[in-house]
Write a protein that binds this ligand. Structure first.
Ligand SMILES: CC(C)(COP(=O)(O)OP(=O)(O)OC[C@H]1O[C@@H](n2cnc3c(N)ncnc32)[C@H](O)[C@@H]1OP(=O)(O)O)[C@@H](O)C(=O)NCCC(=O)NCCS
Length: 222
């Protein structure tokens, strides 16, 4: 019997809340990866979460890199505002860590899809041919990205959302759970599409829309 020693990529998980559980599932399917610890400002250092030791917050990242951890995975999800997820991602990159690209084994991703560093494609998601997905973006559980879409960096297509063909989702935009975006439309930078919306027009930068047909939402909180 011949045994072969395989050195696995050592990974720190950035953000260890609810979304991180889905990310950990995709990580567990990767035989080339060992998740060593997690950082999360909302969890006490020295405790454990989802079976991972929590070693502190993002400020620990340079030290972890110096200790020989080379990679990170993003465990931060988001319900609308992708700013803190973007900041944590950039801080990890500045610390010299490399982002892992993660595709859950149950997702279906066309062979020609361009996936940037740090992309997470969640269980049951479908990504059709001709699509590109930018760094640190999430295609969440059972979302459908039809042919020829472009998703920018730090964006989030939430669970069950559908982008019809040729849709462009620009940097930092959020497409709410179950929303549908008609073909060849553009969702502007940091725009927010509410859960269940039906989008039939382009959406401008930073605007929050909801409903069917989706209209700008005027909310005291926005
Ligand atoms: C659109 C959204 C951002 C609005 O949140 P908010 O600013 O806190 O708004 P509020 O809950 O205060 O609601 C403001 C008004 O908009 C309505 N509204 C809120 N979300 C709506 C939606 N998705 N569709 C239709 N109407 C909506 C509310 O009923 C309320 O109406 P009223 O003023 O007549 O009572 C939020 O509802 C949403 O959909 N977030 C996305 C969450 C998501 O995608 N989660 C998945 C993570 S995987």
């Amino acid at each position: 019997v011949t045994s072969v020693a395989v050195s696995r990529k050592r990974v720190v998980l950035v953000g260890v809340g609810g979304h991180a559980r889905c990310v950990l599932r995709a990580l567990a399917a990767r035989l080339d990866v060992e998740v060593v610890c997690g950082v999360d400002p909302a969890i006490a250092a020295g405790s454990s979460r989802h079976g991972l030791p929590i070693v502190g917050d993002d400020n620990r990242l340079p030290e972890l890199r110096a200790d020989g951890i080379e990679f990170f995975a993003m465990g931060i999800g988001g319900i609308g505002d992708n700013t803190s997820r973007r900041e944590s991602f950039l801080r990890a990159v500045r610390s010299g860590l490399k982002p892992l690209r993660l595709v859950d084994p149950t997702a279906i991703v066309a062979d020609d899809t361009q996936l940037a560093d740090g992309v997470f494609v969640a269980p049951g998601a479908v990504v059709c041919p001709g699509t590109s997905i930018g760094a640190n973006s999430i295609v969440n559980t059972r979302a459908v990205i039809e042919h020829d879409c472009m998703i920018g960096e730090h964006a989030h297509v939430a669970s069950g959302a559908v982008l019809c063909g040729g849709v462009r989702v620009l940097t930092g935009a959020h497409i709410g759970a179950g929303a549908v975006v008609r073909q060849y439309l553009e969702i502007g930078e940091n725009a927010l599409v509410g859960v269940g919306a039906v989008v039939v027009t382009d959406i401008s930068t930073g605007v929050c829309v909801a409903g069917n047909p989706a209209r700008q939402l005027v909310s005291s909180k926005k």
